[in-house]
Design a binder for this molecule. Structure first.
Ligand code: CLF
Ligand code: SF4
Length: 535
């Protein structure tokens, strides 16, 4: 059989189980540092080194990433991105994708409301950029593959270079067509490219990709996965050699590529990837995907975190991805696309005012610098406290942006999760939930699902919370905390943590470990309010 014969010629791949990853904390035996981010400061970090600022990397790279919400965790609290759905076709088939839905590489399952022509896309971008001045990045991420639709993709970029020259251009691809289009990517100054790489071993790949369309014909099985793998590696190396920043997205599919992603991390780092984004498979029967229909499940929160933690020390990790729609608009975690449908665009008076955008972004920058300073201050304070243990807990945070604790519990559709210890407060993920407050009333039937979503957290920091959810969370072992309203998140999380330590020391509370949490499967469609900048 083709598969077995070819598998025999491949280099051996070592796998470890999720259980081993969890128990060992998996120190990787890493190859020599490759290119890309490759900054000493980025080594071993749990999230992109960009949070730390320009001291952490060459100025030219910092300038590229500092306002990109996907490439900088810190930026994602302040800057927005948008996608335009100009790329409907795809040249491969993934078992987690149904073409009626967004590209699962870069979007969670949900129908793209409107596919656009390049001209419509440009009009939409200009309108959004005028309305949302903190929108700094325009990405093409489907609903098919950006590079399987090169004319539409590059026509859009060409027009945008003229009409919205301050926007960063970003692209997401499965990589099959990438090597042929690196020159075009560079020609239009696209300096951020995401490649979805789920395997570096075609024997794993054939379980994920039933076919690719290659050289005018359909190729299946092991051979298809082998071609895709080779094209992905070649494309990544070409981008690195041209100085284009690359991010690798990997979908974690339990039982298929979970342990294997450690090797993917190692291989992409060797080839200069700047960031690695390991995201959970979203899989439900109603999505109509092969995995959904065959019962392939997605990972739990602790399974996802275990693989991400095991990859620390390899390529820098992104943990703030929201698996957004191919027509997403707004901050990561919010979707304002419904405000910019084609019929609404018709009614809008659109003026692209570069000066207005710049002056607004300067205000955002001040707020972001204040957050950074508060974080450094809180970390300095925390590190001055001598502790004899290595207690680390997770804390959920209700925020509507700006890096502050500023959302009511009842309005939350997504909690941000921070890992907190004496020396750090690190963003490690998010959890989507159904909004508890519906039409001004709390919907108590939602509470168990909210608890399940943050069941691995010791506390939840909120701007406000009612008596009923407060009681239910307390009973479940998650402490509701509403005493840090308006504070920057890291400062608040470390403040709560130090107080928690004091209470443990005094015997007022007994520390207990938490359970696992559920990653919600399915689309998020709620429209959030505009983010109010602090005065
Ligand atoms: Fe879009 Fe992707 Fe560019 Fe970001 S998304 S093309 S790099 S601008 Fe970001 Fe969305 Fe995650 Fe993608 S949160 S799915 S990583
Ligand atoms: Fe779907 Fe994207 Fe995979 Fe193509 S690359 S099959 S659009 S998930």
């Amino acid at each position: 059989m083709q598969t077995n014969a070819n598998t025999g010629s491949m280099p051996a791949t070592t796998y470890v189980s999720i259980g081993q990853i969890k128990s060992l904390g998996a120190k990787l035996d890493l190859p020599e540092t490759g290119g890309g981010c490759g900054t000493s400061g980025g080594e071993g970090k749990a999230s992109c080194g960009t949070s730390d600022g320009p001291d952490d990397m060459p100025q030219a790279i910092w300038d590229k990433v500092k306002d990109h919400p996907c490439y900088s965790e810190e930026a994602h609290h302040h800057f927005a991105r948008m996608h335009v759905a100009v790329a409907p076709a795809c040249n491969i088939q993934c078992n987690y994708c149904n073409r009626k839905y967004d590209c699962s590489n870069e979007s969670r399952p949900g129908v793209v409301s409107q596919k656009l022509t390049p001209e419509q896309a440009v009009r939409k971008v200009v309108a959004v950029a005028s309305e949302i001045p903190q929108m700094t990045v325009l990405g093409i991420a489907g609903p098919g593959d950006a590079l399987a639709n090169p004319k539409k993709t590059f026509d859009t970029f060409r027009m945008l270079q003229e009409q919205a020259p301050d926007l960063k251009l970003c692209i997401s691809t499965n990589g099959l067509a990438l090597p042929d289009l690196v020159d075009e990517i560079c020609k239009y100054n696209v300096d951020h490219v995401t490649i979805t790489i789920n395997m570096v071993d075609p024997a794993v790949g054939e379980k994920i990709y039933p076919w690719i369309f290659w050289n005018h014909k359909r190729v299946t099985g092991y051979e298809a996965a082998k071609i895709l793998h080779e094209r992905q590696m070649l494309g990544l190396e070409m981008l690195t050699s041209r100085g284009v920043l690359t991010k690798i997205n990997s979908v974690l599919i339990p039982g298929i590529n979970d342990e294997h992603l450690i090797e993917v991390n190692r291989e992409v780092k060797k080839r200069g990837a700047f960031l690695h984004n390991i995201m959970p498979l979203i899989s439900e029967a109603e999505h109509g995907t092969v995995f959904g229909l065959t019962g392939q499940r997605g990972p739990t929160a602790s399974e996802l975190k275990a693989v991400q933690d095991a990859c620390m020390g390899g390529a820098n990790l992104m943990r703030h991805c929201r698996q957004c729609r191919a027509d997403a608009v707004g901050l990561l975690g919010e979707d304002r696309s419904e405000e910019f449908t084609l019929d609404k665009l018709e009614q809008m008076d659109v003026v692209y005012d570069l000066d207005k955008r710049r002056s607004y972004q300067e205000k955002v920058e001040i707020e972001r610098n204040a957050q950074h300073a508060a974080k450094q201050e809180a970390l300095a304070l925390a590190s001055s406290i001598q502790v004899a243990d290595d207690l680390t807990v997770l804390v959920a945070v209700a925020t509507k942006g700006g890096g502050r604790v500023n959302e009511h519990f009842g309005h939350v559709t997504e909690f941000q999760v921070f890992e907190v210890s004496a020396a750090k407060a690190l963003f490690v993920g998010h959890r989507r939930v159904d909004q508890y407050c519906q039409g001004g009333e709390g919907d108590d039937a939602q509470l168990p699902s909210v608890v399940r979503a943050i069941n691995d957290c010791h506390a939840v920091l909120v701007a406000k919370i009612g008596a009923c959810p407060k009681d239910e969370l307390t009973a479940a072992g998650v402490e509701p905390v509403d005493s840090y309203v308006g504070e920057f998140i890291e400062k608040a999380a470390l403040g709560w943590f130090n107080d928690y330590r004091r209470r443990i020391a005094s015997g007022a509370v007994v520390h207990q470990s938490r359970g696992d949490a559920h990653i919600r499967q399915g689309a998020y469609t709620h429209l959030t309010d505009n983010v109010a900048l602090a005065a």
